[in-house]
Design a binder for this molecule. Structure first.
Ligand code: ZN
Length: 71
């Protein structure tokens, strides 16, 4: 298994898109410590295809941890 670290939406609200790993139980363990079932996106996706386009929706804690680097 490679790692499936990606961006997931907990809600469509501001600062509620988190960077984490989708577990076998269907919840995302985010870098900031929250755990949540991800919102289903168009085309039946769960994770975003890349960096979130709407920066206001990014969880600042996840974003800074992600930039700190590479795990
Ligand atoms: Zn977060």
């Amino acid at each position: 298994m490679g790692h499936l670290v990606s961006w997931y939406l907990r809600s469509r609200g501001d600062r509620d898109t988190h960077h984490g790993v989708l577990g076998p139980d269907g919840t995302v363990a985010a870098a900031c410590g929250v755990r949540f079932p991800p919102l289903r996106l168009p085309y039946d996706r769960l994770s975003l295809p890349g960096y979130p386009q709407d920066r206001d929706q990014i969880c600042p804690d996840c974003d800074s941890r992600r930039r700190e680097g590479a795990r």
